[in-house]
Ligand binder design. Structure first.
Ligand code: ADP
Length: 335
């Protein structure tokens, strides 16, 4: 369980705050909203829910939430507040207008739940206005610096595993090779974790160059060792669509006959795992404590079991890298 920091929550308690979810939705955003709302009400703070991320913020689409507003959402995937991508928020004049809208409603602070793009918007708003802005890492990709874990990652890994275990049955029955594409954009966190947990024959991630020869050799070696000719190769989607199909074509030139299966959006949906519900609830409630203690322009995350804060500037600039030791361990397990 998480160690919760002791903070002086009477230092700079805001009268009213707002919360939004932005960017790609992730399972666990709902328990995070619930954590924020329940902790704020406990402190006597008014909470507004903003619909559709920054798109709702810039037109003042928000509503006052009460304890009942977040009843029965802890187990639900997606986000009660809806999410969106809002290109207009990249314009400083639009952010200025957003701060004005919050001020008019007496809202002193904003909590943003989202991935690196959403946290970039949060940082800019904090820097350019007198609204205090805190971020929570809500993304299935786990690619956020300043936290060991992001809201939704655990659920996405488990969803992918459930699907791959089923694909494995077909792969074994037909002695066939499957390339299973998982999400993760530029990062191989989901692929590496899923690859280890499903016993993949190989894992392909954007951080390391694909070695088609090595994959082919590995598959031939497996056959020679009597492991059969079926297999699962977990492939991270990478920055542009179609990379898994390209890899399939390259493998065909090495006399393999891979089938491609793109898991896609099923990894984003579904009921959050117990792990994600607890993480999201603790982060959401702790974010309110940090606000009351006077913090601004930070992200609340979890490191080595402790709830911690990291300046949003660092979160954006540093980015989180896949641990090479973990990836090497995954490769060793293939053999
Ligand atoms: P995620 O938050 O999941 O990484 P996106 O990268 O699509 O998703 O970002 C979500 C939203 O965050 C964008 O639609 C935009 O409103 C806001 N955002 C992203 N990058 C910036 C930026 N550089 N400046 C201001 N706002 C941004």
């Amino acid at each position: 369980m998480y160690e919760i920091p002791t903070l002086d929550t009477s230092y700079q308690k805001p009268a009213a705050i707002a919360v939004l979810t932005s960017g790609g939705d992730s399972p666990g955003m709902n328990p995070a909203i619930r954590g924020v709302v329940r902790a704020a009400l406990h402190q006597g703070i008014k909470v507004f829910g903003i619909n559709k991320g920054y798109s709702g913020l810039i037109i003042g689409d928000m509503w006052e939430m009460n304890s009942a507003s977040v009843t029965n959402i802890v187990q639900r995937g997606g986000t009660l507040l809806k999410s969106d991508r809002c290109l207009a928020f990249k314009d400083p004049a639009v952010r200025h207008q957003a701060a004005e809208i919050l001020r008019e409603k007496g809202i002193e602070a904003l909590l943003v739940i989202g991935g690196d793009g959403s946290l970039t918007g949060a940082h800019l708003l904090a820097r350019e206005s007198d609204i205090r802005v805190l971020g929570l890492p809500g993304t299935i990709d786990n690619d956020i610096y300043g936290t060991d874990d992001t809201i939704g990652f655990d659920t996405a890994v488990n969803t992918a595993l459930e699907a791959i275990d089923k694909i494995r049955d077909t792969a074994l029955s037909h002695e066939s090779l499957f390339l299973v594409e998982v999400m993760g954009r530029n990062s191989g966190f989901i692929a590496t974790h899923v690859g280890i947990a499903c016993g993949a024959e190989m894992i392909v991630v954007p951080e390391y160059e694909v070695q088609v020869d090595a994959i082919s050799f590995q598959l031939a070696n497996n056959r020679a060792q009597g492991k059969g000719s079926s297999g699962i190769i977990v492939v991270a989607e990478g920055p542009v669509p179609g990379l898994t199909y390209n890899l399939a074509r390259q493998l065909e030139q090495h006399e393999q006959k891979p089938k491609v299966c793109i898991l896609g959006h099923i990894q984003r949906g579904g009921s959050p795992s117990g792990h994600d519900r607890i993480l999201a609830s603790c982060l959401g409630a702790s974010a309110v404590d940090y606000l009351c203690a006077g913090y601004n322009d930070i992200m609340i995350g979890v490191r080595q079991g402790k709830i911690t804060e990291t300046p949003l500037q660092q979160v954006i600039e540093k980015g989180k890298q896949l641990d090479p030791a973990l990836f090497q361990r995954a490769l060793l397990l293939h053999k």
